[in-house]
Design a protein around this ligand. Sequence first.
Ligand code: ZN
Length: 418
Amino acid sequence: MAIYLSNADYIDPQTLEMRTTGIRVHEGSDAGIECIDANTANDPEIDCTGRIVTKSFVVGHHHIYSALARGMPSPKSSPTNFVEILEKIWWRLDKALDGEMIRASALAAGIDAAKAGTTFIIDHHASPNAASDSLHIIAEALDSIGLSHLLCYELSDRDGADRLASGLAESDRYLSNHQGLVGLHASFTVSDALLTRAMDMARSHNTGVHIHVAEAESDETDSLGKYAKRVVHRLSEFGALDLPQTILAHCIHLDESERALIKDAQAWVAQQSESNQNNAVGCLDASGFPDRVFLGTDGMHGDCLAAVRATYLASQGVDSLSPNDAYRRLRRVHGYLEQNKFTGDSANNLVIMNYQSPTPITPSNWAAHMMYALNRSHIETVISDGRVIVRDGVCTLVDEQAIFSNAKHQAQRLWDRL
Ligand SMILES: [Zn+2]
């Protein structure tokens, strides 16, 4: 099966070369595209006259379990630091989740992402009282929307041995027949024993770990107090940095020795500037390892155009990205997925945008259009693995209204438990 995009203004996501062309889009998780001027095979056709077509987007670090948190009641007493934000908000929420809420979260977050032009989500999931089957539920929900994914379950010692055991079991079972990662919460809730088990599991499934690193200074203080070494040194000694699938989320409070380790590591860093501002934990300075960083949203939304603009703005005065630097940071995740042979991010993942610019668009200024003008309202149609999953702004494979109606019901159930 294939579809034909006629008269498209195609922008190559890597070279930024621009050409007006027809594009034959083949269906399948490892299929590609061909630029051909006529629809000789009589494929179903989408007229792209006046539309920009380019590669769709990947969220490099998400928490789709937080989709039902939007607008929830505030905690009884306000958090005063990052660890209290976890204790009073997120660890209460994740413990209250059940299977139906997890499914509703994944469907709602998936629709939000797809309509913003995202076709692949790298997620970090926690539901300590409903770990069993949780990754399978999320995978099924994202599959139904037409999204590709790389999931993990957030292992931690913070909730005791029984909950950890069910998280380990779900991770191992899921990874035995899906692509994914071994999730870990963060150094300060992960013992040496758990880190050893997680690394063994990652190696046995030929994958890496996905962990929050130095999101707040307290993660470093904890590691220095318990282990007399900083977080990245600790992870490095267990071999986590040697795995090319490993994702280190945040990495804000590193010292020079940790920066040097990451610069020479196989592991990658995910940056989430909006979440970092929301939690008042600072901003990543990736000046020592700019080629290792890609972008996530940390559960705030699934909109990569919003994330890249926020990153570009937040970086000013820190590692001071140019529009082109920020664009490269947005696109680097495609290299991570390709290098590690994760499927679902081939060239047949595309967005069709209705963007009327008052100024010329060129390869050298496309990144500036993205930082200063492009947003999700320009995304008309989204193609994932060669299938149209959003047409004229509406998901094609699922019933959005039914999903949002049920999500509101599940959100109220969740809030009543908090
Ligand atoms: Zn996170």
